[in-house]
Design a protein around this ligand. Structure first.
Ligand code: C2G
Length: 134
């Protein structure tokens, strides 16, 4: 059985998230998703996610294409997570292109093109401006 692993915050879950997860699953049989903890997200983006860690895990876990979720506590633990789950392929969006190439000694590394014109940051901006324009 071919196992795929991917990581992300998946805050304000949107179509770009679902599309990368579906494409990741299409590379194998079993999809494992590391969902960034609230603290990890704060350290990466200097803000806490809009959706709680528990809700983000719940949403991702509920998808048909996802088989297992776990909390990604640290970016530095990636190699350990890959080995722990025995993953054959690491998938990331191409905003991370090149950043994970060094894992190619333990698994295949595959970057998918990001879905254009949609992002959590953009959704937050649209909602914020529509609230303040009224
Ligand atoms: N994504 C995408 N298209 C978009 C937006 C996001 O394909 N329009 C992909 C990203 O490339 C990423 C995944 O969806 O592979 C999750 O995106 P984020 O939640 O923004 O992930 P990020 O906070 O970058 O966390 O260890 C790595 C990090 O945990 C990745």
């Amino acid at each position: 059985m071919k196992k795929i692993i991917t990581f992300g915050t998946f805050d304000v879950f949107h179509a770009g998230h679902v599309k990368i997860l579906e494409r990741a699953k299409s590379l194998g049989d079993y999809l494992i998703v590391g969902v960034s903890s609230d603290e990890l997200n704060f350290s990466k983006k200097q803000r806490y996610p809009i959706y709680s860690q528990a809700d983000r895990l719940h949403i991702v876990e509920s998808l048909r294409c996802v088989d297992t979720v776990f909390v990604e506590e640290s970016l530095e633990l990636k190699a350990q997570y890959i080995k722990m789950f025995n993953a054959d392929v690491l998938v990331m969006g191409d905003d991370w292109k090149g950043k994970f190439d060094h894992f190619s000694d333990i698994c295949d590394v595959h970057y998918f093109e990001r879905t254009p014109s949609i992002s959590t940051t953009e959704i937050i901006e649209v909602v914020r401006s529509s609230v303040f324009e009224k």
